[in-house]
Write a protein that binds this ligand. Structure first.
Ligand code: PHB
Ligand code: FE
Length: 328
């Protein structure tokens, strides 16, 4: 199926707040001035619209990411890499015990197009769901234009390494990305590399801190280097990670600057497992059976290191590979 063949189920007319209503399978989605209302055959749920749009933006931009994207403790998606589950209460102990949890599986293009349409219709011109709350306006109110330029931003994804010929260029002032207010002290000088003739295609270096200091988005890892299945995905963080991520593999965090606090919970029940405070220079591995949400009081730089192998989720789910990375 291509995107053009997919019919998104959308109301003909907008509601009194000016927004269209959407459905996917048995799920329905409606927004008003402050909230989103989600319903399914065994229940319904509401979320603040700013939090919902921030989470929806990540789910769309990351094409459903690794494993589970919890928008909050009730609603979210699970990626099966070709199909996606959309669920309510599935990773919530109380919903499970009351047998009120509900889940549907959809072909990825179907849910992708539905989510993209909701994001476009429900985002007003004043709001950028990728920006830190301090650097954007409000999500509230009756429908007021759109911000398609922001919500369709292309994610930076290098195939080798940034600056190696054929890949993403470093952002400079000339590219229109100024240094962020919190990173004005970051050294902008670039390394000098003198390459032996014949190796121009393979040898390169760049100032990663300078590159990240110009990021205009928060909580949006971009791939800056790829070596087989090893992806370096640094990102700049401020305020709260808009999703609670339940991974299907181990991932490593390297705190490059400043500080992030992580709430770590059991992936399936939401029971609290730990709180991790990461300061500049700290490194940790998040196990494959947890979910986590980060809090960054000041804009910080975080390196997320992912193993992109398609084999890992099955190896972990079947117990052939452990949920943790290292035996000490
Ligand atoms: C994560 O869930 O591991 C994650 C997501 C987005 C970020 C950082 C970490 O910006
Ligand atoms: Fe994660």
């Amino acid at each position: 199926m291509t995107a053009t063949e997919i019919e998104v189920s959308k109301s003909d007319a907008p509601n009194p707040s000016g927004y269209h209503e959407f459905s996917l399978g048995e799920f329905t989605f409606r927004r008003d001035e402050y909230f989103v209302y989600i319903s399914w055959p065994t229940g319904n749920h509401m979320m603040s619209i700013d939090a919902f749009l921030r989470a929806l933006q990540r789910d769309v931009a990351w094409d459903f990411f690794y494993g589970t994207v919890n928008f909050d403790s009730v609603f979210g998606t699970v990626n099966h890499y070709g199909t996606v589950d959309i669920f309510a209460g599935r990773f919530n102990d109380s919903y499970r015990k009351a047998e009120l949890d509900y889940s549907e599986n959809h072909a990825t293009p179907e849910i992708r197009e539905t989510f993209k349409s909701i994001l476009s219709d429900w985002t007003n011109s004043t709001f950028d769901p990728f920006a830190s709350p301090h650097e954007t306006g409000a999500a509230w109110g009756i429908k007021n234009g759109d911000n398609d330029a922001a919500v369709t931003r292309r994610r930076v994804a290098a195939r080798r390494m940034v600056t190696v010929p054929g890949d993403e260029e470093i952002r400079t002032d000339a590219s229109g990305f100024p240094v962020n207010r919190h990173f004005l002290d970051v050294d902008q000088t670039e390394p000098v590399v003198e390459v032996e003739p014949g190796f121009e295609d393979d040898v390169a270096a760049f100032n990663l801190f300078a590159y990240l200091s110009r990021s205009d988005v928060t909580w949006n890892p971009s791939v800056v280097s790829q070596c087989k299945d090893s992806l370096f995905c640094p990102t700049t963080e401020e305020y709260i990670l808009p999703i609670i991520h339940g991974n299907d593999r181990v991932e490593w965090f390297v705190q490059l600057t400043d500080q992030i606090s992580w709430d770590v919970e059991d992936r399936d029940t939401g029971a609290i497992r730990s709180r991790v405070v990461m300061k500049a220079g700290d490194v940790c591995a998040m196990p494959a059976d947890i979910r986590h949400q980060g809090y960054s009081p000041k804009r910080s730089m975080l390196l997320v290191w992912e193993n992109n192998s398609a084999d890992i989720p099955d190896l972990i789910a079947s117990g052939k590979a452990p949920t943790y990375p290292v035996e000490f």
